[in-house]
Design a protein around this ligand. Structure first.
Ligand code: KIV
Length: 258
């Protein structure tokens, strides 16, 4: 059964994971509530050093793949850097996402300054997920990935941003890289569900990038990631075995030939 917003709103804890293709989307589909086609795919899938060069075409391509694989999860597509720099541009690109994929919502980074954009999309029948706190699309202008909510000014700004995003009509709010007590305060101050990543224990839901939590990206592990599998190591040892079997003549065997 397709997961709707009204179903998600009733849940105690909302589970979200990223996916970028039909294969993994199909595996995650009936286990998690929400699949996020994050612009993190630019790093995780494409191997770039940040998310900034992700394009709308890329996001649409991967979201179509995810929608083909997932039949029940609620699907969110990230709007890439530069694709929502004005409200009108955001509307045109969000309409493309809705027309060319089966995404249930789009996600965009920003607080009060994006309220007008969120309202315009919402008024045009597009569900929007907000994203505040550490916003990866700001990593270059801010000179890195910085945890937010560490002082009073930052706390107040986050609370204001969350309220503005909610009032503009966002259906959910991702809070990334924020001190736990501030993420808790935000969660208690808005009526839309909050989904945390590196934002502690008290958000309504949690999200992780699939390749981080399954250990396929194993160059380093951010503090907030829990690894549930040593994916890269498991794959490396399976591929080594395959190579050994070819070299030794054990593959193909009797049962694998016509
Ligand atoms: O792009 C992404 O995967 C995200 C998550 C980190 C929330 O925005």
């Amino acid at each position: 059964m397709k997961k709707t917003l009204s179903y998600l709103y009733k849940k105690e804890k909302i589970t979200m994971i990223t996916a970028y293709d039909a294969l993994f989307a199909k595996i995650f589909d009936d286990i998690v509530d929400i699949i996020l086609v994050g612009d993190s795919l630019n790093m995780s899938f494409l191997g770039e050093s940040d998310t900034l060069s992700a394009t709308i075409e890329q996001m649409i391509y991967h979201t179509r793949a995810v929608c083909n694989g997932a039949k029940s999860a609620y699907i969110v597509c990230d709007m890439p850097f530069g694709s929502y720099s004005t409200p009108q541009k955001a509307l045109e690109n969000a309409i493309r996402i809705y027309k060319e994929t089966k995404a249930d919502a789009v996600k965009l980074e920003g607080g009060a300054e994006k309220a007008e954009t969120i309202k315009l999309l919402t008024d045009n029948a597009i569900a929007v997920v907000g994203h505040i706190g550490l916003m990866p699309q700001f990593s270059r202008s801010e000179g890195g990935y910085k945890v937010k909510g560490k002082d009073e000014i930052s706390r107040e700004k986050l609370l204001k941003d969350a309220k503005a995003v909610e009032e503009a009509g966002a259906v959910m709010l991702v809070i990334e890289g924020v001190k736990e007590e501030v993420a808790k305060e935000i969660t208690e101050s808005v009526s839309i569900p909050t989904i945390g990543i590196g934002a502690g224990r008290y958000t309504k839901g949690q999200v992780l990038v699939w390749s981080d939590m399954l250990g396929f990206f194993d160059e380093f592990k951010p503090k907030f990631v829990r690894r549930y599998l040593n994916g890269a190591e498991i794959v490396r040892s399976a591929v080594r075995k395959y190579v050994d079997d070819i070299k030794s003549g054990r593959f193909p065997g009797e049962e694998e030939i016509y």
